[in-house]
Design a protein around this ligand. Structure first.
Ligand SMILES: [Zn+2]
Length: 240
């Protein structure tokens, strides 16, 4: 079995700052996404699963349309496995209703001028992101006890909450600590090849967060990859 923990906006500098020892596996570092004009979530995960730069194709769908993209299994490297399970991945199996809810609250937050109301919207936004995270976490950990030969769990909470709270160190550390626990639980359930991968990282703009222009990767065995491109994992994961 091959396991991928796909974490949106997992930031190299935060991993170091919080010294996340579980996520710093045998090899770890930044990924090279410099071939892309902008670090966009849908573009990067689409390129990851197909092994090809999908920026042009994705951008052609427009800002709203890109979230509806569903890449067929046959175009992804998941099809190289006999029984793959891919949980909540953008452009593949992502929960669109959840994304709509988050985007709607984000819009409301930036439109609102009243500080008290803003606070309320932020708290609702954080709450629905954490609820969704807990649901996905449960499904992912349960799947690890089943007979799939490939499991990918996609975690959105660090990106979603980061956009409104990246300058809140206490909250961000809590989320990174939770990820540390997830990695520990994965290792307790199975000792399998484990790739931790982010599409891009995040940098602080005051209290808010913006995508940074590199991603993060970490693998629990020695390997030849160095500052890899996100498209390189297609062949890496299918030749382990
Ligand atoms: Zn992202």
């Amino acid at each position: 079995m091959v396991v991928v923990l796909a974490v949106d906006a997992l930031e190299y500098d935060k991993i170091e700052e919080f010294n996340c020892v579980n996520m710093k596996q045998t090899v770890y570092g930044k990924t090279d996404i410099s071939e892309f004009k902008e670090p966009r979530t849908i573009v990067l995960w689409s390129s990851f699963m197909t092994g090809e730069n999908k920026e042009k194709e994705v951008l052609a769908k427009g800002n709203r349309g890109m979230w509806n993209i569903r890449i067929p299994l046959s175009e992804t490297f998941f099809s190289k496995f006999a029984d793959p399970k891919v949980i909540d991945l953008p452009a593949y199996s992502y929960n669109l209703a959840q994304h709509e809810k988050e985007r709607d609250l984000l819009k409301q937050f930036f439109k609102e001028d009243d500080q008290e109301k803003k606070k309320k919207i932020r708290s609702e936004y954080n709450q629905i992101a954490i609820q969704h995270h807990n649901k996905i976490k449960k499904e992912f950990l349960k799947s690890l006890k089943q007979d799939f030969d490939f499991i990918l769990g996609y975690i959105s909470v660090i990106d979603v909450i980061g956009h409104l709270n990246f300058g809140n160190k206490f909250l961000m550390q809590m989320l990174y600590d939770d990820l540390e626990k997830i990695v520990e639980q994965i290792k307790n359930i199975r000792d399998e090849p484990l790739l931790i991968l982010s599409d891009h990282g995040m940098k602080a703009i005051g209290i808010f967060g913006e995508h940074s222009n590199y991603g993060y990767w970490s693998y629990n065995k020695g390997c030849d990859l160095e500052n890899p491109k996100i498209t390189e994992f297609y062949s890496f994961l299918t030749t382990i």
